[in-house]
Design a binder for this molecule. Structure first.
Ligand code: HEC
Length: 461
């Protein structure tokens, strides 16, 4: 008999008994101070007895459930011992009430208050263990979430990219998914099956049995097979937690079939159509330069302005060797756009065609300057603080083809402004506040526009 599985699963049913019974005992203990409720004493003793008994049973079952594996180690440790502590304290309170251990009423009530608090704490840890840290407040009003420090967009943050030549398939597209969904059991700390999936070296080394991939052949690759088996199969990976999404599986398959290179960037591949689409949809990565960009002729940026941009912590790339247009992104340590940085950008406004301001705090009014960049074709504002007011300022960007607003608080109030962006071909609106009605309107007025919304990938179930 498989005890871990058999007994383990009872935990989830049993746990509700000690919660109810022990809390009831605490409430009755308070009432018991009043003369009217003196008779409750016997009920308190019974509640404590049954509550403690079920807490012991829940702890035993819980111990087996924890052995099934796949939980966050630290959380599991805390929850286990909080649960055992609860059973011990419940038993102690019972002994006090039974007068087997003698103590005053104040002390007994105090111990029972602690017991009540421990019930909440243990239950909360258990909830986090099964549902993730943000579960309880996932649907709470925004203000309440802010108060408790829950990030508004719960879920997985997908990094966005703009240049295919500096986006590495393994490092940037595959490894983050492995780290997110497999690292609980396949890290240096916790090497299930002898396998580490948080680094290139671990991936190359493979597990206890063998290598986990065969370059050029996904169907012969253990790692691909494991994530594509039926979920009921005991070899299916991950056995617990969020499964690999279709997009992640497809990119893994494509990468292995193309030879599983750890060095190649997206720009070095001839991309199949569906991969091209996935890269655009998930990572905001456009793999084809637009026609407009090929026709623009601007002077090269002077060395002094180039230096100024670098001093202001921008990374500057030329679009191509034969083209003076530029792609500009802030260095990773930049988290807030300053006035001096805007001034530096304005110096290069003719040359900037791809501007990446994603993940940087930016004020709506700073977009006024950007609105005057004549050759801007791609603008990334994902995960920034821009609001509808900012988007409504963008009315001069006549060549803007791609706008990434993923993870911002943009709402239906921006829809009209977006409709008016005449060159726009692609807009990223997932994890924004734009309503289904707003999307409908956008599509109705701009059937040519590709609207990217509602990626399953980002949702935690
Ligand atoms: C809940 C824990 C857990 C998670 C999460 C998990 N694994 Fe595993 N994995 C295991 C265990 C346990 C084994 C060893 C038993 C076996 O081979 O099935 C294993 C074995 C493997 C092996 C075989 C290694 C070998 O050579 O024996 C591969 C490949 C693998 N996992 C891939 C993955 C991938 C990819 C993910 C993420 C999508 C993942 N695992 C997530 C627990 C986990």
């Amino acid at each position: 008999m498989d005890l871990n599985h058999f007994l383990g699963r009872f935990h989830l049913v049993i746990v509700h008994m000690p919660i109810g019974l022990l809390l009831l005992a605490v409430v009755m203990q308070f009432l018991n101070w009043k003369k009217r409720f003196e008779k409750l004493n016997i009920a308190i003793i019974l509640s404590l007895f049954m509550g403690t008994g079920s807490a012991i049973f829940a702890s035993v079952c819980g111990w087996f459930l924890g052995n099934e594996g796949g939980y966050d180690d630290d959380l599991l440790f805390s929850h286990r011992w909080a649960g055992i502590g609860l059973a011990v304290l419940g038993g102690f309170c019972w002994l006090l009430k039974k007068k087997i251990i003698k103590a005053g009423k104040v002390f007994i009530t105090f111990m029972m208050v602690i017991l009540g608090l421990l019930v909440f704490h243990t239950g909360h840890l258990g909830g986090n263990l099964t549902h993730g840290e943000d579960y309880l407040l996932q649907y709470a009003p925004d203000k309440l979430k802010a108060f408790f420090g829950v990030r508004e967009e719960s879920g997985f943050h997908v990094q966005q990219f703009s240049n295919p030549d500096s986006t590495y398939v393994f490092k940037d597209l595959i490894l983050p998914g492995l780290k997110q969904k497999c690292a609980n059991c396949h890290s240096e700390k916790n090497k299930k099956g002898g396998l580490v999936l948080t680094s290139k070296e671990g991936f190359l080394k493979g597990g206890d049995h063998d290598e986990i991939f065969v370059a050029g052949d996904a169907l012969e690759s253990e790692v691909f097979l494991r994530v594509t088996l039926p979920k009921k199969n005991e070899k299916y990976m991950p056995p617990k937690g969020e499964p690999f999404s279709y997009d992640q599986i497809r990119i893994l398959e494509w990468w292995i079939n193309e030879g599983a290179s750890f060095e190649k960037s997206v720009g070095e591949y001839e991309l199949p159509k569906d991969i091209e689409k996935l890269l655009s949809k998930i990572y905001g990565l456009e793999t084809k330069a637009s026609r407009f960009v090929e026709t623009v002729d601007v002077l090269p940026l002077s060395d002094s302005i180039l230096q100024m941009l670098e001093d202001q912590k921008f990374i500057v790339n030329r679009l191509a060797a034969n083209n003076n247009l530029l792609e500009i992104s802030p260095m990773s340590q930049v988290n807030k756009l300053t006035g001096d940085q805007i001034k530096a950008l304005i110096q290069a406004k003719e040359q900037i065609t791809w501007l990446n301001l994603g993940n940087v705090e930016i004020l709506d009014k700073q977009l006024v300057a950007i609105n005057n960049f004549p050759n801007l074709t791609r603008l990334r504002l994902e995960q920034t603080s821009v609001s509808d007011d900012g988007i409504n300022l963008l009315d001069q960007l006549t060549h803007l083809e791609s706008l990434n607003l993923y993870g911002t608080s943009i709402s239906d109030k921006s829809v009209d402004a977006i409709i008016k962006m005449s060159a726009l071909k692609k807009i990223f609106l997932w994890q924004t506040k734009v309503s289904p009605g707003g999307i409908e309107k956008l599509k109705a007025f701009r059937p040519d526009l590709e609207v990217i919304t509602g990626l399953e990938l980002s949702k935690r179930n």
